[in-house]
Design a protein around this ligand. Structure first.
Ligand code: C5P
Length: 399
């Protein structure tokens, strides 16, 4: 659970997108967060407090003068426990009040009193979003340190089409998770390979492996959460691209090699998590090969694929290169030797008992000083720990 133990204050203001915030509460709770909902008067006309109360499991607040709160200081009590304030939907009026520091109801007072990071998810008619007053207010909020998520473009409740829809709850959830990650790779251009490759024998058959892509996708997501600009070159997987990550789909090792090489010179960091086929069929048949009674099984001649990681590491201005190694035996000896052979400063050994397809893994770091465990647990958690480790090395703080 990505938000385990996190305390989020969700301010819901008066827009039709308030119904999406009910779904957001459900997602936040599923991720382990505690959610305190504050409704404005206008919001409660769209979705009632009972809905948010049932989903969050907490009484909903909306009144600055709530007698349930000791000393009638709801704005102070609620502000203290929150780590992040999310305002979704944020109406044009809410943005205007917040940008000007007005404090005339519980939510606006909280925004001033909390001293906590705020993430706004604007939702309004496209003309209102484009209005110079709204542009000014959003710019001012950004300058004050707020995050703005969206708005998305598409069909609006008013029937018009344009920019102004609240982002979908799933996307907002990703922005909330990202908000909690330290921005240790801010602006770092990062290239990640992930998944298996598929080496065609004929139009229906091929050679591949059991890589699910989960570790590489977790690395791409963790890097993006840390502020990196991430391009993910992915072999065939069943996974959706992490939010905010550019994905380039490839099939074979040669395609993956070409896609990486076209971008490697601009990258500052390259993480090779893909399980690249070492060999491909020397010949790919144009048509499905037929089985004929009495004929022996055909032998498939193989030829080597290019080593993408070693190729990138050998570039004159190579990015910081990180490799992965999955071994079925003698991990330490093989991984240490592999790191030297590939010419990379950091190699990550998969030591999980069931690395492929699992959501869990155990990793060991190999560098010039030796090796040490990175940890054991969910791939996303390990990916975040790896990103922190890489960031330290990139900044030269720890070697
Ligand atoms: O040699 P081996 O395949 O075990 O090395 C694993 C590491 O090298 C991984 O980081 C993998 O992504 C990378 N690799 C590569 N191109 C290949 C083979 C492996 O980038 N052809």
């Amino acid at each position: 659970m990505d938000l385990q133990g996190r305390h989020i204050l969700l301010g819901v203001t008066g827009g039709i997108a308030a119904y999406k915030s009910a779904e957001l509460v459900r997602l936040l709770i599923k991720e382990g967060a505690t959610v305190q909902v504050v409704l404005t008067e206008a919001a409660s006309r769209f979705v009632g407090a009972a809905t948010f109360q049932a989903l969050s499991g907490r009484p909903v607040h909306g009144d600055l003068w709530d007698a349930r709160v000791p000393d009638s200081m709801a704005h102070i009590a609620l502000a203290r426990e929150a780590e992040l304030i999310v305002v979704a939907p944020a109406t044009a009026h809410t943005l205007a009040r917040a940008a000007n520091g007005l404090a005339d109801d519980l939510l606006s007072t909280l925004l001033l009193a909390a001293g906590k990071p705020v993430l706004y998810a604007p939702a309004m008619n496209r003309e209102m979003w484009q209005h110079p007053a709204t542009r000014r207010n959003v710019a001012r909020l950004r300058a004050d340190g707020a995050w703005i998520s969206g708005p998305a473009a598409g069909e609006q409740a008013c029937g018009e089409i344009g920019e102004g829809r609240m982002v979908e709850p799933e996307d907002l959830l990703q922005d909330i998770v990202a908000a909690f990650q330290p921005k240790v790779l801010a602006g770092v251009r990062t290239l990640v390979t992930a998944g298996p490759t598929f080496e065609a024998i004929d139009p229906v058959r091929g050679l591949t492996n059991r890589s699910s892509g989960k570790m590489g996708y977790a690395v791409a997501r963790a890097a993006r959460e840390a502020g990196a600009e991430v391009t993910l070159v992915s072999g065939p997987t069943a996974l959706a691209a992490p939010f905010g990550v550019e994905r380039i789909d490839v099939t074979s090792a040669q395609q993956m090699h070409d896609a990486v090489m076209a971008r490697a010179a601009q990258a500052q960091l390259f993480v090779a998590t893909a399980a690249v086929a070492d060999w491909r069929p020397a010949q790919t048949f144009a048509h499905k090969q037929k089985k004929r009674d009495g004929e022996p099984a055909p032998a498939i001649a193989l030829q080597p694929n290019p080593d993408i990681l070693a190729g990138v590491a050998a570039l004159p201005s190579a990015p910081f290169c990180v490799g992965f190694a999955a071994e079925s035996e003698q991990l330490v000896a093989h991984a240490a030797a592999k790191r030297e052979r590939k010419g990379v400063p950091l190699l990550v050994g998969n030591i999980g008992p069931d690395t492929f397809g699992s959501d869990d893994n155990a990793l060991e770091l190999f560098d010039a000083d030796g090796h040490r465990p990175l940890g054991r647990g969910r791939k996303l958690m390990l990916a975040r720990a790896l990103v922190a480790e890489i960031a330290r090395r990139l900044s030269g703080a720890a070697r």
